[in-house]
Design a protein around this ligand. Structure first.
Ligand SMILES: Cc1cc2nc3c(=O)[nH]c(=O)nc-3n(C[C@H](O)[C@H](O)[C@H](O)COP(=O)(O)O)c2cc1C
Length: 248
């Protein structure tokens, strides 16, 4: 099944309060991966909500162009750490685990790539919730656990997250290779893309679009508001989490 981890309500509350403060219309985080030399690499990314727009998954998403370095890092070493700081509520969430990238070319195999992580088909979950038969609860519970998201559900999720991007951001996915040397030809192409006269289509960018799923294992939560507190959350089994208060 899918049960909300104990750190998620505090996290989503901090997101809501931060957005309500109108400081910025989006939430950013620092997202760290490990390169092929074993060195940490960190960059700013925008928080894109929970996978399937369901916070009970406990799985936060980010987006990336798959030509960027983080894609290469994560395909050879899925370890990540991300750090969110919410100035409005004075809270920090440092989340680590394994990250997997969904693209147009791996929707068929993506559920297998996630391994044992307890993500359930959103359609099956909806049906289960609406036809909850308490007398047979245990059987439903066990069978639904095995229903992983289908290729169609992953395709729909990728499309959903792509559609939520601004026109401007969508256009960045058809720009010349990020990180490559800027030449006069590439500058010309960048200019024509920004003026919308490069002759390509918005859909052309989707082949470079990746949805990063953060499968959390450990969350270090610090609340500096009023009396300071700090909690360590560790996933111990399936969707069971241990929560320990530690010295701030
Ligand atoms: C405010 C801000 C938000 C950003 N959001 C993202 C994002 O959501 N996804 C992303 O891939 N890069 C984002 N970037 C760019 C990254 O910080 C980074 O430059 C880019 O991802 C290339 O990193 P990489 O080659 O190490 O993967 C953002 C940068 C800034 C300043």
């Amino acid at each position: 099944m899918q049960y909300m981890a104990p750190w998620v309500p505090a996290f989503t509350n901090a997101v809501t309060r931060q957005l309500e403060s109108n400081q910025l219309p989006f939430i950013t985080c620092s997202f760290a991966t490990v390169d092929s030399n074993g060195s940490p690499r960190v960059r700013t990314c925008i928080y894109r909500g929970f996978v399937f727009d369901d916070k009970k998954t406990n799985v936060i998403t980010l987006t990336t162009d798959i030509r960027m370095e983080k894609y290469e890092h994560l395909t050879s070493n899925p370890k990540f750490e991300t750090c969110f700081w919410f100035p409005t509520t004075n809270e920090q969430f440092r989340i680590s685990g394994n990250a997997k990238i969904l693209t147009t070319s791996n929707t068929e195999t993506f559920s297998q790539e996630l391994g044992e992580y307890p993500l359930v088909s959103p359609t099956a979950l909806k049906q289960y919730s609406s036809s909850l038969d308490l007398s047979n609860h245990e059987n439903h519970h066990n069978s639904i656990h095995d229903l992983k998201p289908s290729a169609q559900e992953w395709e729909a999720e990728l499309k959903n997250k792509w559609e939520s991007l601004s026109r401007n951001l969508k256009s960045s996915f058809r720009k010349p290779d990020p990180g490559s040397v800027l030449t006069p030809e590439k500058q010309k192409l960048l200019d024509s893309i920004s003026r919308g006269v490069d002759g390509s289509n918005e859909i052309d960018g989707t082949k470079n679009f990746g949805l990063v799923l953060l499968l959390p294992e450990n969350v270090d939560y610090v609340n500096l508001n009023g009396h300071q507190s700090r909690y360590k959350h560790d996933r111990v089994d399936e969707d069971q989490w241990d929560e320990t208060e530690i010295c701030p």
